[in-house]
Design a binder for this molecule. Structure first.
Ligand code: S5P
Length: 473
């Protein structure tokens, strides 16, 4: 008598899930066998059995959530979810272009453990992508269960990235069952086993590190939106694509009326307006209310360049409260990496559900800056570990290839190389093409020009043209 697993494999073979012939896999690899579990949705009882076997194979017992890897993982995860009364998440393949623009659907809370469900692994890249997205939401994702491990290196690949995979069956075992029940010949089985041994998928780690497609500098802002779940990054990528602008104006003016008038003038050309709110001699809560209205009208975000640099508890009180109550109106703020990630956690604790984020000042434009290579590396690590709140870096060079993170470069002005107090300038073109800026920050080049509106238009066009050249070169 066939065991439950044997019967399941025979049934899958009978309905055509296991096919022999010449196939090309998603990775471009040629294969003599194709395992297409999608069609089990037409066989509910069999789908239930697959779900049961996968649940039995899970690495641990105590998960708060499960997440199906699109697409075939979704119906299987649904079956498990209802049977085990375990809440489920869905990770979209692409972010939807309307409504909430969420990449992950379903309810979750920080720190909950989530088991990933996938039909088959070859290199493990789909499971890895899903894990990265879930980790950005601060979920605890270390385990995946798959039905078939094709034994082409996927499990080892995922292990090297910290993900533990359990499979219901591997290719050798599946061939053995089909052979035992005379469903295939020895010759077919041998050719499949020989094929998997000779066709090990390339290392995921190397792929992630070297893949040109993953390189920030080569990705469009539009495509980068779907690489992150950080709500402010997503909004900013969206605005940058829609307005064709990667210009941030540094509105370093000292009167509220000047600030609002400048925001109105440059608003149509910018993706971000950067403020130093404490230099306003006549600050009032009304001015930020008006600024918010102008930001909505012209579709840009507000970025308070506060450069928080103290322990978490102190920055939390500076961010939320005091005369400026920054958390209430600034989409983004800057932080120094110096204190360690308590500064980020402190700010994050005040944001409570509002879409807010921070940028780590990792490298400065001023002469004599103390931001060493070690310091920059530390800032990058901090960003990776706090990607739910960190949207990128203030930097002067290509410090991160990660397409999720946005690099902002200040010290940008055409026709001027420095000021008398140590500021150093490059042109927008050099910032984007030579230094790897995504967003250029221009202050006096615009605010001190005779016509800030035309100057903003000019800088916007030059910086965006340089970005377009960069992604197509
Ligand atoms: O390294 C830096 C970081 C920042 S945020 N160098 C900078 O100049 N900035 C800010 O960018 C600075 O505080 C100012 O608001 C703006 C540059 O202004 P500009 O007038 O020199 O273009």
């Amino acid at each position: 008598m066939a065991s439950k697993l044997e019967q399941c494999v025979l049934d899958l073979f009978k309905i055509g899930v296991v096919k022999f012939g010449d196939f090309t896999l998603k990775s471009g690899m040629k294969s003599p066998i194709y395992f297409d579990l999608r069609m089990i949705i037409s066989f509910p009882k069999l789908m239930e059995t697959v779900g049961e076997l996968m649940w039995e194979a899970r690495p641990r017992n105590d998960y708060d959530l499960i997440c199906g890897v699109a697409y075939t993982g979704l119906p299987i995860a649904t079956v498990i979810s209802t049977k085990q009364d375990l809440p489920m998440l869905i990770r979209r393949k692409e972010a939807k272009g309307y409504g909430t623009k969420k990449l992950v659907e379903g309810n979750y809370a920080e720190g909950q453990s989530c088991l990933m469900i996938e039909d088959v692994i070859v290199s493990g890249s789909s499971v890895f992508d899903t894990a990265e997205t879930l980790k950005d939401l601060e979920l605890d994702v270390k385990d995946a269960v798959v039905f078939l491990d094709r034994e082409q290196g996927g499990a080892a690949n995922l292990k090297s990235m910290g993900i533990n995979v359990k499979s219901v069956i591997n290719m050798t075992e599946m061939m053995a069952i089909l052979l035992k029940f005379n469903s295939i010949t020895q010759k077919v089985s041998d050719s499949v086993i020989d094929f998997v041994k000779k066709n090990i998928a390339s290392s995921l780690k190397k792929k992630v590190e070297s893949d040109g497609i993953m390189d920030r500098l080569k990705c469009t802002f539009e495509s980068r939106e779907s690489t992150t779940v950080q709500p402010v990054s997503r909004k900013l990528f969206n605005i940058m694509s829609a307005k064709q602008s990667n210009l941030c104006v540094a509105a370093d003016v000292t009167k509220s009326a000047e600030l609002l008038s400048l925001a109105e003038k440059v608003g149509p050309y910018i993706c971000l307006l950067k403020t130093h709110i404490d230099i306003l001699s006549d600050f009032s809560t009304e001015v930020v209310e008006e600024l918010k209205n102008i930001a909505v009208k012209h579709n840009f975000l507000i970025f308070e360049d506060r450069k928080f640099g103290d322990i978490g508890n102190t920055v939390a009180t500076q961010y939320s409260g005091g005369p400026f109550n920054i958390v209430d109106w600034a989409d983004l703020v800057t932080v120094h990496g110096l204190p360690g990630d308590g500064v980020i956690k402190g700010l994050g604790s005040c944001a409570s559900g509002q879409p807010r984020g921070c940028i780590i000042v990792s490298q400065m434009s001023s002469s004599g800056t103390l931001t060493s290579d070690e310091y920059i590396k530390g800032c990058c690590k901090m960003a990776e570990e706090n990607a739910h709140f960190v949207i990128g870096f203030v930097a002067q060079s290509n410090i991160s290839k990660d397409p999720r993170f946005i690099v902002f470069t200040p010290g940008v002005q055409s026709g001027c190389t420095s000021d008398v107090l140590g500021q150093q300038y490059v042109t927008p073109r050099a910032a984007v093409l030579e230094r790897g800026a995504d967003v250029v920050i221009v202050g006096r080049g615009i605010t001190k020009s005779d016509d800030p509106c035309s100057a903003a238009k000019h800088y916007k066009e030059e910086a965006f043209k340089a970005y377009q050249e960069r992604i197509t070169s």
